[in-house]
Write a new protein. Structure first.
Ligand SMILES: *Cc1c(COP(=O)(O)O)cnc(C)c1O
Length: 400
């Protein structure tokens, strides 16, 4: 990555060298179809088994509860539609939150068109779900609750264990989008009372296009792809062996290095967040402060500016950042997550997400603080919105 400063690790991560090295033989000499009987095929079958063990170990699941997918969105879609359709006779009420990734949001939207009744739970000003709201929303017809582990935009770590315990008590299936959590913070599906958990390898330095869904033994769920017997008949198609091998190696490394990396990167995150707040007046930090914030997330709104203009200027200074979720950028609507935590449209527009990772250093953090404060000052000088604000035309005291 040489001279660019990459601070968009929540959008994706580069594949680690160790992971690529482990994958390469499965493109070349070990290319056999694992469903075949000869020895080069046995090698690939064994490689898949080993990767499945590694993914299972990382989240305290059993190997037979791990199903490989083509990424996080696929795992999310499968879990929600698969459970909704398989349990329709029992009820048609499904529950999620207002801050989910588009993979969840748009799947729920689709299901509401198919006749399911959807409840969207609100969040507080930090983006946290109240478990008691989950309890109060569950009724006789409820079959599924889906709440994400770590929010991809503002880094809020949700009270998953408590929500899971309520779902278990009420005998309602609990799905968790764990894409930003797995490989980053400790996740234990048993302790956390999770029935289904989505994961994506490219969010923890594995390859793109591969992920997994944990499905607790006994969960009633429809098959995803009808065909052969792969993934125990639930998801047919010849396996993405290099990808699966890469995911196994990546998750093992991520878990091994988690404690140390989250400490190092967490300190950089604090330096960046504090630096921005000190240097740029009227900066609002979005998301929780402290324990309930993911170690790698910075999300700030700067009153009086446009996020798109800020990103262009950051890019011309070789800083890679994001205004929200990568899937949503390109649209002019402000982030649904920032609106859900109560930001007015005008302020939500002037927001930036900086998500840190392995390549980042203290020097880079200091450079980004310098550049970003220059950029915000420059944009504010040109902004009529800022002028109104400074003259006292608008007041946002209650946001801080
Ligand atoms: C990235 C992400 C996804 C989508 O994963 P893909 O592998 O890109 O399909 C889903 N949920 C969350 C929270 C994410 O951050």
């Amino acid at each position: 990555m040489n001279d660019v400063i990459y601070m968009d690790y929540s959008a994706t991560t580069p594949t680690r060298k160790e992971v690529i090295d482990a994958m390469m033989p499965y493109f070349e000499e070990n290319f056999g179809n694992p469903s075949s009987w000869y020895s080069i095929a046995r090698n690939t079958k064994k490689a898949i088994d080993e990767a499945r063990d590694k993914v299972a170990n990382a989240i305290n699941a059993k190997a037979e509860e791990i199903y490989f997918t083509a990424g996080g969105c696929e795992a999310d879609n499968w879990a929600i539609k698969g459970v909704a359709f398989a349990n329709r006779k029992k009820g048609n009420h499904i529950i999620t939150t207002t801050i989910e990734h588009h993979a969840i949001m748009n799947t729920f939207k689709y299901l509401s068109k198919q006749g399911f009744e959807v409840t969207y739970l609100p969040v507080d000003k930090d983006g946290l779900v109240n478990p008691e709201d989950v309890r109060n929303a569950i009724k006789d017809t409820t079959i599924l609750v889906s709440v994400m582990y770590v929010n991809n935009e503002i880094g809020a770590i949700e009270p998953i264990k408590e929500i899971g315990a309520i779902c278990r008590e009420k005998k309602v299936y609990f799905h968790c989008d764990g894409v930003q959590a797995v490989g980053h913070i400790p996740v234990d599906v048993v302790n956390d009372n999770i029935d289904m958990l989505s994961m994506a390898a490219h969010k923890f330095y594995g390859p793109k296009g591969v992920g997994a869904l944990y499905i607790k033994k006994g969960v009633r769920i429809d098959n995803l792809i009808h065909g052969g017997g792969q993934e125990r008949g639930k998801r047919a198609t010849t396996e993405n062996i290099p990808g699966i091998v890469g995911m196994g190696v990546a998750i093992e490394l991520a878990v091994k290095e988690m404690e140390e990396e989250s400490k190092r990167i967490g300190a950089l995150r604090d330096r960046l967040l504090n630096g921005l707040v000190e240097r740029i007046p009227h900066t609002k930090v979005n998301g929780p402060i402290g324990e309930k914030r993911s170690y790698n997330n910075v999300n700030c709104s700067f009153i009086g500016i446009e996020g798109e203009a800020m990103l262009l200027l950051l890019d011309s200074n070789k800083i890679c950042a994001s205004t929200g979720s990568a899937c949503a950028s390109g649209s002019l609507d402000p982030s649904h997550v920032l609106l859900a935590i109560g930001l007015p449209h005008g302020i939500a527009h002037g927001s930036v997400r900086l998500s840190l990772g392995r390549s980042n250093t203290e020097e880079q953090v200091d450079y980004v603080i310098d550049k970003l404060s220059e950029i915000v000052n420059r944009l504010r000088e040109m902004s009529p919105y800022w002028e109104t604000f400074v003259k006292g035309g608008e007041n946002y005291d209650d946001l801080f």
